[in-house]
Design a binder for this molecule. Structure first.
Ligand code: IPE
Ligand code: IPE
Ligand code: MG
Ligand code: MG
Length: 302
């Protein structure tokens, strides 16, 4: 069990990690890059000044498992957040979920225009891979660097986030069974969260068994994240979420609450979370940060 004193310590540690990744993101999106001004403005708008930074926090917490140096993780943390931010910009486009509000502000295509939002997303995606490919610390171990790039590319790609998004769009207005819904959620949201947790493991030496257990945790906690996201859309208000609370219903999305009911969805999230945390046990005390974050993911109110 996590005591209150430990809670305070974790919150401070997470604040510290959040500041690190925010500094890194501000640095890579610095205005003096050779990028057209409006495009860079849209990229900065989409990434800076909002967001819970859950994926970067998972990167740092996962790095604790292998005692990785924080400065070796900054690039990995920033890269996964750039991919996430790009996915949100495209997810909100009129051709997709057609949302006007994100992180408490107008969505990128609303603040700028559709073409700029599309290009900003494209730019953020490429920038994420440029970061990983040009990081001097990662380059000290090229085999590890390539594996990390592979994790992020697979997670972002057609068998991961983009694949999940395609299935999510195809399922609008249809009834999807539970297996189909799980596949959508593991793809559109779970894949990137899994990669955030697994990428740091390439920087250290976990046993095969520990790595397999970490992967069970990583895969399941990504599903929990999206079940909770579905629940928040029906339980929470737009002001708290910083995005439109009625969006899923308006788009006739298949969600866990619409498929299992609110109680069923809550139970599924809790059971999946239990399974995930049980898998972490073999990793001992160093996994406390991940356990703490997993509880936030299960219980979050925004
Ligand atoms: C929202 O993700 C979209 C999903 C993949 C569910 P987050 O809830 O992590 O969004 P931000 O980054 O905090 O805005
Ligand atoms: C977001 O899924 C998944 C990605 C952006 C890849 P949703 O469409 O369910 O998330 P919100 O509610 O817009 O954040
Ligand atoms: Mg969507
Ligand atoms: Mg959406």
């Amino acid at each position: 069990m996590i005591t209150r004193a430990e809670d305070v310590a974790f919150v401070q540690r997470l604040d510290h990690y959040r500041r690190r990744v925010d500094a890194k993101l501000a640095d890579v999106l610095h205005p003096d890059r050779e990028v057209p001004e409006r495009l860079l403005d849209a990229m900065r708008y989409s990434v800076l000044g909002g967001g819970k930074r859950v994926r970067p926090l998972l990167v740092y917490a996962s790095g604790e498992l292998i005692g990785a140096a924080e400065d070796a993780l900054d690039t990995v943390a920033a890269a996964v957040e750039l991919i996430h931010a790009y996915s949100l910009v495209h997810d909100d486009l009129p051709a997709m979920d057609d949302d006007d509000l994100r992180r408490g502000r107008p969505t990128t295509h609303r603040q700028f225009d559709e073409a700029t939002a599309i290009l900003a997303g494209d730019g953020l995606q490429a920038l994420a891979f440029e970061l990983l490919a040009t990081d001097t610390k990662l380059a000290a171990h090229p085999e590890r660097q390539v594996k990390i790039v592979g994790w992020l590319a697979r997670a972002a790609g057609p068998a991961g986030m983009v694949g999940g998004q395609a299935l999510d769009m195809a399922a609008e207005g249809k009834r999807v069974d539970e297996r189909g819904l799980e596949r959508i959620h593991r793809g559109k949201t779970g894949a990137l969260i899994r990669a955030a947790i697994m990428m740091p493991s390439e920087l250290g030496s976990l046993s095969n068994e520990q790595r397999a257990n970490l992967d069970v945790f990583a895969t399941d906690i990504g599903l929990v994240f999206q079940i909770r996201d579905d629940l928040l859309e029906v339980e929470q208000d737009t002001a708290t979420l910083g995005k439109n609370a009625g969006s899923d219903a308006g788009n006739e999305k298949s969600t866990y609450p619409s498929t299992l009911g609110i109680e069923g969805a809550r139970r599924r999230a809790a059971d999946t979370h239990d399974r995930a945390v049980t898998a972490l046990r073999s990793l001992g005390e160093r996994s406390n940060g991940l356990v703490w974050l997993s509880e936030f993911i299960l219980n979050r109110s925004y």
